[in-house]
Write a protein that binds this ligand. Structure first.
Ligand code: ZN
Length: 255
């Protein structure tokens, strides 16, 4: 059984000079492959323009070229702008693994239905979609999805594979919201380690639907790996979460 560690959720840092340190940290912690996205150069605009989306994707795919075989990239899309040209362009790249959506996911009326065309396209092509999701008691960002909204979208497009980032933010609520939705996977990134977090994820979603992500550089890779190392679950399941599940879920989308 493989001991491979694949981090399916990391970002190009705002300060590009931090990249060598980030790579060193991944390697020191035995991470062998990292799926990265950029949410913008210099800052992360909540509702990025076509130009900003393109720059972000240029940066992510450039990084894959510079560290060949170590990084793979998601294409970052804003469903509220002309997203098709970006996915048509970048999904041809050999380092492409899937689609990343962040918080430009509702129109001015708060309707997440704007994501349908992107999700349907991804479903047809078999591209997994990593979606930021956070349940906040107050102060939800304007275009940000909560876990219940992720579950609803997944229910409406059952063929799409959605990876809900951060276990949905407030992890107990996030996990219960998507537990019955079999085409929603979860990544453990974001937030500090918490007793019972991973055990609950495995119990509610099953060990095939949980993935390792760090959200580097927003978090340290050590703190996020600790969630898995310290969990009271069998070693074989830890290996699935650390790498085997990513190989299965992303399948043909990376080599
Ligand atoms: Zn992230």
């Amino acid at each position: 059984m493989t001991n491979e560690i694949i981090d399916i959720h990391a970002h190009v840092p705002l300060d590009l000079r931090l990249i060598p340190d980030m790579v060193r940290s991944f390697r020191r912690n035995l991470v062998s492959m990292v799926f990265i996205s950029s949410l913008g150069r210099n800052h992360w605009p909540a509702f990025p323009s076509a130009k900003e989306v393109n720059q972000a994707n240029e940066d992510a795919f450039d990084l894959c070229d510079r560290y060949a075989g170590f990084f793979r990239a998601y294409v970052y899309l804003n469903p509220l702008e002309n997203w098709a040209k970006h996915i048509n362009k970048w999904s041809q790249n050999s380092n492409f693994v899937g689609v990343k959506l962040w918080i430009s996911l509702k129109n001015s009326l708060g309707d997440p239905g704007v994501c349908f065309p992107v999700l349907k396209y991804a479903a047809d092509k078999g591209f997994p979609v990593l979606i930021h999701s956070f349940f906040r008691n107050k102060g939800q960002f304007a275009g940000e999805l909560n876990p219940a909204e992720v579950a609803r979208l997944a229910r409406q497009i059952p063929k799409v594979k959605i990876i809900m980032a951060h276990l949905g933010g407030t992890w107990e609520k996030g996990l219960y919201a998507v537990a019955d939705q079999k085409n929603v996977f979860v990544d453990v990134s974001g937030g500090p380690p918490s007793r019972g977090m991973l055990e609950t994820a495995v119990r509610l979603c099953g060990h095939d639907r949980v993935l390792f992500g760090s959200d580097m550089p927003c978090r340290t890779v050590q703190s996020q790996l600790w969630k898995i190392c310290a969990a009271k679950i069998p070693q074989g399941i830890k290996k699935k979460i650390l790498g085997i599940n990513a190989r299965i879920i992303f399948g043909k989308n990376f080599r």
